[in-house]
Write a protein that binds this ligand. Structure first.
Ligand SMILES: Cc1cc2nc3c(=O)[nH]c(=O)nc-3n(C[C@H](O)[C@H](O)[C@H](O)COP(=O)(O)O)c2cc1C
Length: 181
């Protein structure tokens, strides 16, 4: 059975509405290894060898995170910078990610209108991760995302919509996990 590793980056996960619903669904799958990097490495000091071993043994790698300032959370950037090292992800003998499926899944606080009709789209924002996938020889799957996911009392109070969108995002991910390869 295909091995799936989900790298979850969320610095205040205990307060999460959206990502919590998504990963709680994903971790029900027996072939999913969920790794919440902020809780595994609260001080940001990554066990690089351990992470690389897990990635080497995975067939599919998913980055799951809330979009923060049009980017990945700092914990994920730290993880990327440390784990995807020379000799592992690129450079001499750096072919350990080659051929693996790579999926980027994010929740976005703002409405879809802020990322369409002439605005920078989410795919354009995260072209860096697509390039990362290409550069390391992984097979990029289409991004999975949902908008309007910030529950902020007084601003966006529709918690039910956030929860519904999160469930739909989880279902999309589960289909992609089950259908690919
Ligand atoms: C520090 C910070 C930066 C954020 N930046 C953005 C942003 O650039 N664009 C956006 O649409 N939402 C932004 N948001 C909203 C989050 O994306 C949203 O709250 C999150 O996806 C909801 O997921 P959760 O319930 O799992 O926390 C930001 C939130 C925080 C805390």
């Amino acid at each position: 059975m295909k091995k799936v590793t989900v790298i979850l980056a969320h610095p205040y996960f205990s307060k999460s509405n959206a990502n919590a619903i998504i990963v709680n669904s994903l971790k029900e799958l027996e072939n999913v290894n969920l790794r919440h990097i902020d809780s595994i490495y609260p001080n940001g000091k990554i066990d690089i060898e351990a992470e690389q071993k897990i990635l080497s043994e995975s067939d599919m790698i998913i980055f799951q995170f809330p979009t923060f300032w049009y980017n990945v959370p700092a914990s994920l950037k730290n993880w990327i910078d440390n784990v995807l090292a020379y000799g592992f992800a690129f450079g001499a003998n750096g072919d350990k990610l080659k051929g693996k499926e790579f999926l980027v899944s994010t929740t976005i606080g703002g409405p879809e209108a802020g990322y369409s009709s002439g605005n920078v789209t989410i795919e354009e924002l995260f072209v860096n991760l697509k390039t990362l996938g290409n550069f390391t020889g992984m097979k990029n799957l289409p991004m999975v995302k949902s908008y309007g996911m910030a529950f902020i009392p007084g601003i966006n109070e529709d918690l039910e919509a956030v929860q519904q969108n999160a469930k739909a995002q989880a279902e999309t991910l589960i289909k992609l996990i089950n259908n690919s390869k």
